[in-house]
Ligand binder design. Sequence first.
Ligand code: KG4
Ligand code: ZN
Length: 335
Amino acid sequence: MSKRILAIETSCDETAAAIVEDGRRVVSEVVLTSMDIFKEYGGVVPEIASRKHVEFIVPCLIEALKSAGMSFDDLDAVGVTCGPGLVGALLVGVSCAKTIAFAKDIPLIPVNHIEGHICANYLSHEDLKPPFMCLIISGGHSHIVKVESYSKYVLIGRTRDDAAGEVFDKVARFLGLEYPGGPNVERLAKEGKPIYEFPRALKGQKDFDFSFSGLKTAVINKIHNLEQAQEAYNPADVACSFQENVCHVLAENSVRACAYCDLPVLAVAGGVSCNGAIRSKLEKECKKHGIKLFLPEKRWCTDNAAMIGSAAYYNLMDGKTADLSLNAYPSLKIC
Ligand code: KG4
Ligand code: ZN
């Protein structure tokens, strides 16, 4: 019998709810973002994010049910992101999910946010099944994970310092662009040329880790030096050179990881995977190396609840439910 799961996501600055059937079919979804508020702060303010979730969560749930033409009685389970993320923000979703599970006497399913990002691929690609390699590039994480089954993950590589999205946001700030920086850097980079050579961290490495902090410092120093020398320069060239460096490192490590594990299937996940230059570079390199590439639809790359509904279904199938003592786990690991 099919399972309809109500999923809730509140780990950062998006309040989201979705109803997903059998982990693959999105019946309805709502994303209410408070991103605009954070433009003036240049980043997410945790206290404000929590308060916005408190304000948005009930209207968000009601809208998700309404557009599915369902009531709470039609649900088979409730899934919720319990980590990683901002603790106050996570607690809003977790408390809400516990209340629904208790009131309706349905299973409560805890979901790891990163696992959710990986599962966004199942919503876009009916034919995608484990095993596959997954490159996860978000605001808080940069991982290469081997997805062995719907619930078993093996860490192949990770960032040793900053996450890819974090660096996009920081570089954007130094280029005078608004938060969230990623899409703005991408827009600006389209008008530039990759004329600056920035260092490639961990060059010649045998493992699959990333390191972006040296690149971040090099880009910031370049902007300072050009400005101090009062040299005329095009900020679009800086954005383009930076983005090209990130594209190269992400593609190289992913392709090597696929070869190392003898697994020629790569999926990509997380907010940074919206980036057109990164998508094109991965398409080109995967084609060259005989790797089948899966890219999720852009609306499911950034934070949403549909991906949480997919992950929740596979957790439920695996018996991974929680009792009402479930808490928020800000540093939850995927493997
Ligand atoms: O996955 P996500 O929505 O949230 C986290 O779980 O962190 O990712 C947000 C990150 C932000 O750092 C944002 O700047 C970045 O994804 N991002 C992009 C693009 N769109 C969003 N980075 C580069 N290019 C983009 N087009
Ligand atoms: Zn995310």
